[in-house]
Write a protein that binds this ligand. Structure first.
Ligand SMILES: *Cc1c(COP(=O)(O)O)cnc(C)c1O
Length: 379
């Protein structure tokens, strides 16, 4: 069979990939989670630029849906969100108050999460030195051994009435290590430790659950839950069928060239793929710099015209090759190949990583295309 390597062109296309973010779906996911947790508040986790989707547009969308509590990792992220959503939202900084961030924290009226006695002492001093100090959240480590006060620290803080009132805690929180697996005994252990530690402190609203924690049931909800991945439609537990969030992000990349490769020829860096037959290969304008993991080389999939196509050869920095031999519809320059969307979990598995990591790396170089919520939702 002779193959024609001349190609047809779509009249106009960009060589740059686009990350499409479905903002109305983020709102729908928020409302579904809100319905599920009932009276508990939702503090939205929008750290790391809202998992790569854009902290400001995501925060504005959630604010429009009624969300008034946000969690970011750093003071710099907090300031960006403050500028985006205005004065009426509570913005918590998970990584705690570092002295060099004092100006940003106070200037943008951010609320630090207190993770240690050192941070507690430091921030109590800051609070005493200013008028109208911000509320804080006290973070207890109940077994994850990541950030947070130990039980002994909590006892000490509980005894120090002066420090407690200087800190003005609005929330006492902890974080679950194994909530994606409801059967893991660690969940109940952390729940019990959280209750016991909180009992050492003056009565304060409590928060324990991330997205996965929400699915552990009411006893884990307390007065606020802190979903992140669930707002963005990522699967958070090992029982995806129970989850209500739907995907919001799609990476769309243009076909830059189409060529027939003869059987026996190698494709891509280091020739890791040898064409087993004459193959029609599409060279697509998205690579690992755009968040397509190298680990998907020769095993990942993408979507072309609603059909699954295989990645062939090593993913390179700006380009990925796919096998389009059996594609039923036209394969032409400017055509769109989809790398993400409703198959984030499939791809994470193929890449040997987490859907969280895939998502967060996506937006870094891509043009972002936001679907704006309509002014009045007519649902
Ligand atoms: C990231 C984070 C969350 C949100 O977790 P998801 O699994 O994305 O729902 C909640 N709380 C803390 C402390 C976090 O670091």
């Amino acid at each position: 069979m002779a193959h024609d390597n001349s190609q047809s062109y779509q009249p106009s296309y960009s060589t740059r990939p686009t990350l499409r973010v479905d903002l109305p779906q983020i709102r729908i996911n928020y409302e579904a989670l809100k319905l599920k947790v009932g009276v508990a508040k939702i503090g939205a986790s929008i750290k790391a630029d809202a998992y790569g989707l854009g902290a400001v547009p995501v925060a504005k969308t959630l604010y429009g849906a009624g969300c008034r509590i946000f969690f970011v990792a750093t003071a710099g992220e907090g300031k960006m969100v403050r500028d985006g959503v205005g004065p009426n939202a509570a913005i918590y900084v998970l990584n705690g108050p570092a002295p060099r961030d004092k100006g940003v924290l106070l200037g943008a009226k951010l609320k630090p999460v207190i993770n240690s006695l050192e941070q507690a002492r430091y921030w109590a001093d800051v609070s005493r030195s200013i008028n109208e100090p911000p509320y804080t959240a006290i973070h207890i480590d109940t077994g994850m051994n990541r950030l947070g006060l130990s039980f002994d620290d909590v006892v000490e803080l509980g005894r120090d009435k002066s420090m407690w009132s200087a800190l003005n805690p609005e929330w006492v929180m902890s974080h679950l290590a194994c909530a994606s697996d409801a059967e893991n005994p660690m969940n109940k252990t952390q729940l019990a430790r959280f209750r016991k530690a909180a009992a050492q402190l003056p009565l304060t609203p409590l928060s324990l659950a991330n997205t996965a924690g929400i699915y552990l049931g009411k006893p884990y909800h307390f007065q606020m839950v802190r979903p992140g991945i669930g707002l963005y439609g990522g699967v958070a537990t090992n029982k995806p069928e129970q989850e209500i969030g739907r995907p919001v992000a799609t990476l769309m990349a243009p076909i830059l060239q189409v060529k027939w490769v003869k059987a026996g020829e190698a494709i891509g860096y280091n020739g890791t793929y040898i064409a087993p037959r004459d193959m029609r290969v599409a060279i697509v304008g998205a690579g690992y710099a755009d968040g397509v993991p190298v680990s998907m080389s020769n095993k990942g999939t993408a979507i072309l015209h609603d059909e699954e196509v295989k990645i062939v050869g090593r993913v390179s920095m700006d380009l990925t090759m796919i096998d389009a031999t059996d594609a039923n519809l036209s394969v032409e320059v400017g055509g769109v190949v989809i790398f993400r969307g409703d198959h984030l979990e499939t791809e994470a598995r193929e890449a040997g990583t987490l859907n969280y990591e895939l998502l967060v790396r996506l937006g870094q170089r891509c043009r972002r295309d936001y679907w704006k919520p309509k002014k009045k939702e007519s649902e």
